[in-house]
Design a protein around this ligand. Structure first.
Ligand SMILES: [Zn+2]
Length: 144
């Protein structure tokens, strides 16, 4: 398994998970991690602990990215290949954007459908393979 393209935002093992933060004062959860102030306007907490977020969520919105997004988007291919982007709502109440897993497109998801977090290679540089999180449609146990 390669190295995260964005250090500290997610882990690949023991199971893929996004790494958020929890305020030690009011327990507000944030992703990306809160660093210096709490996302809760009523809280003046300044200390946070790392928290692995749920690796499953439901699709809240999705889109086909037909044009290359601006930086800090990392192009995975040249020329640009359109990909599907999903906003996924986690049980923690956060919504996290991510590409759909390799091989999946907007036809594989709909609003409210379950997805799980996977970590996939995005590009390779002189340090080796770099990885990013993606959302993979959950199809097991599908009925009608
Ligand atoms: Zn707080």
């Amino acid at each position: 398994m390669g190295t995260p393209a964005i250090a500290g935002w997610f882990r690949a093992e023991p199971e893929p998970a996004l790494l958020g933060s929890r305020c030690t004062t009011c327990s507000t959860i944030a992703f990306p991690k809160a660093k210096s102030f709490c996302g809760n306007p009523a809280c003046d907490g300044t200390e946070f602990e790392e928290l692995a977020l749920s690796n499953r969520g439901t699709v809240w919105s999705y889109t086909d990215a037909q044009y290359q997004p601006p930086p800090p988007y990392i192009p995975a291919s040249d020329p640009y290949v359109p990909f599907a982007l999903a906003a996924v709502e986690l049980p923690e109440g956060l919504t996290v954007l991510g590409q759909l897993a390799a091989g999946y497109g907007v036809r594989d998801v709909r609003v409210g459908s379950p997805v799980e977090l996977v970590v996939e290679p995005v590009y390779t540089d002189e340090e080796g393979e770099r990885t990013i999180w993606r959302w993979k449609p959950v199809t097991e146990g599908a009925s009608g």
